[in-house]
Design a protein around this ligand. Structure first.
Ligand code: GLV
Ligand code: MG
Length: 338
């Protein structure tokens, strides 16, 4: 069996070496914009001060006859914008489209020094990542780039979910992975017609209380995405890369959006997409640990001393394993505050 390393051979032209250790940079809100839309493009400099990541979207939602304009717009924005602390990512077109190769051939030489991450949509297996990885290595070497562009996969086909572990392990260039609930729903032949979020029909009902099965029963809506997010989180954690919830399409439903993002945060995700400025605030809030949780985590760490054994705090038992959980929360708070 070939290891992922066999597929990643840096070119002998001084090409930068992708690193496995991803230095921490906040990525709570991945804010999508259409770089070919002049109104949206004009807002990018302002948004750079508000979001962790700006994603110039070239794929779905950009009409076929505006693909070139979007790509050209992204080049223009990449060259002319001061991004400060924000990262610039792009979602390229999918590898089965006529635009994917041109996306990479244009973006790497033109703005490769500004691009932190390329999001690859509809990834089905390790072979898709290997293809992008090798192309990036060639183009980076040709452009003399000193820093590798990282790769982020969208998990949005049934085959991709079946191969999630090999995708996460496919290259040292892998930065992370997002759930793509809209395409995934179609690929799985789910019967939803929305972009992410829940569905009122996907529920459990409490048992009947008496003879009349219509009386006194409560229903609870279930999370359609729990299984996939959990699989994605495990694959990412096992390979040292970062998991993200993807889009939440009902922009008006800020409450549902916050709930969906929070479920993802609690399960291990580090961020989510924002499709509208209203969702930036939600993502930044949800994916930053709450002050009271941080205070509790620090208290447990303090009272646990060398981190072994047990202590009782407010009637709750703490031990080696709870202190590890508390370190995750406290470290994230420290990283975000730095
Ligand atoms: C995102 O691309 C999705 O399909 O949900
Ligand atoms: Mg999609």
């Amino acid at each position: 069996m070939r290891s992922p390393k066999d597929f990643f051979r840096p070119l002998a032209l001084g090409a930068p070496q992708p690193v496995r250790e991803i230095p921490f940079r906040p990525s709570r809100a991945l804010h999508f914009f259409d770089p070919g839309n002049p109104k949206m493009a004009a807002k990018v400099p302002d948004l750079a001060g508000q979001v962790d990541v700006l994603v110039g979207n070239l794929e779905d939602a950009v009409p076929a006859d505006r693909k070139e304009a979007a790509r050209a717009g992204l080049v223009q924005i990449g060259k002319s914008t001061e991004f400060g602390q924000a990262q610039l990512w792009t979602r390229m077109n999918s590898l089965d489209s006529p635009w994917a190769l041109d996306d990479l051939l244009t973006l790497v030489p033109e703005i490769g020094d500004k691009l932190d991450v390329v999001i690859v949509p509809k990834v089905e297996g390790a072979q898709d990542i290997h293809y992008v990885d090798r192309l990036l290595a060639q183009l980076e070497a040709k452009a003399g780039l000193q820093r590798p562009i990282l790769v982020h996969a969208i998990l949005e086909t049934a085959t991709g979910v079946a191969n999630v572990e090999e995708i996460a392990a496919a290259s040292p260039r892998m930065q992370g992975m997002s759930l793509g609930p809209a395409d995934l729903a179609a690929s799985r032949r789910m019967k939803t017609t929305r972009v992410g979020g829940g569905h009122p029909g996907y529920l459990v009902r409490t048992d009947p209380v008496g003879e009349d099965i219509t009386v006194g029963r409560q229903t609870f809506q279930q999370d359609l995405w729990h299984y996939t997010v959990a699989r994605m989180v495990d694959a990412c954690a096992a390979n040292g890369i970062l998991p993200y919830y993807g889009p939440f399409g009902d922009i008006r439903d800020t409450v549902g959006c916050e709930d969906q993002f929070r479920n993802a945060f609690l399960l291990g995700c580090v961020g989510a997409w924002s499709l509208h400025p209203a969702q930036i605030k939600i993502a930044k809030k949800v994916f930053s640990p709450a002050p009271e949780d941080v205070a509790w985590a620090r208290r447990v760490i303090r009272e646990m001393g060398d981190g072994t054994g047990t202590v009782m705090i407010d009637g709750k038992m703490q031990d080696d394993a709870t202190v590890k959980q508390c370190r995750v929360v406290a470290e994230l708070a420290d990283q975000l505050a730095a």
